[in-house]
Design a protein around this ligand. Structure first.
Ligand code: PRP
Length: 179
């Protein structure tokens, strides 16, 4: 598996330090608001687990499973909801947690999809932001790292469902996804 990685973009240490900062900011901004964190599966699973350990306020956690890439490296443009929320979000402060913001189609879709349920607010958190690939304008409230237009995997992010278990974020060798 490691042979498929060209280089390490973000080490475990860099990731954890930045998550601690994001957690502290969110803790400060949402104290007393009892927010609902919504992780967008599958990619968010590691980030969500680490972020939540750095958030020190009363809150709850739920997940959605959303997919638009299938086994492709380019978004299909169509967002599929594979698992919806199990909690009612009316009047709740919803904090959507993503691993990566790429074209923006997924978050744009989710903001509209959740917005009609009358939440008190919707806040967007992404660990990675790849602005070069944006197709719809979207403003995130908390972003971990701005990254270049490279194919990244690890720390929850996959190519064809593989590499999610890497503890760091690496750049995949082009010959792997060009096959
Ligand atoms: C990835 C990622 C985001 C989305 C971002 O999900 O987790 O949800 O793509 O890309 P976008 O800004 O171009 O919409 P993917 O569809 O690969 O599913 P996964 O989380 O199960 O890997």
């Amino acid at each position: 598996m490691l042979n498929d990685i060209n280089s390490v973009l973000l080490t475990e240490d860099q990731i954890q330090k930045r998550i601690a900062e994001l957690g502290a900011e969110i803790t400060r901004d949402f104290e007393g608001k009892d927010p609902l964190f919504v992780g967008v599966l599958k990619g968010c699973f590691m980030f969500m687990a680490d972020l939540m350990r750095c958030v020190n306020i009363r809150c709850s956690v739920d997940f959605m499973a959303v997919s638009s890439y299938g086994n492709r490296s380019v978004t299909s443009g169509a967002v599929e909801i594979n698992k919806d929320l199990s909690e009612d979000i009316e009047n709740r402060h919803v904090i959507v947690v993503e691993d990566i913001l790429d074209s923006g189609l997924t978050l744009n879709y989710l903001v509209n999809y959740l917005g009609v349920r009358n939440p008190a607010s919707i806040t967007l958190v992404t660990l990675l932001d790849k602005p070069a690939r944006r197709r719809v304008p979207i403003k995130v409230d908390y972003a971990g790292f701005e990254i270049p237009d490279a194919f990244v995997v690890g720390y929850g992010l996959d190519y064809a469902e593989r590499y999610r278990n890497l503890p760091f974020i690496g750049i995949l060798k082009p010959e792997i996804y060009n096959d």
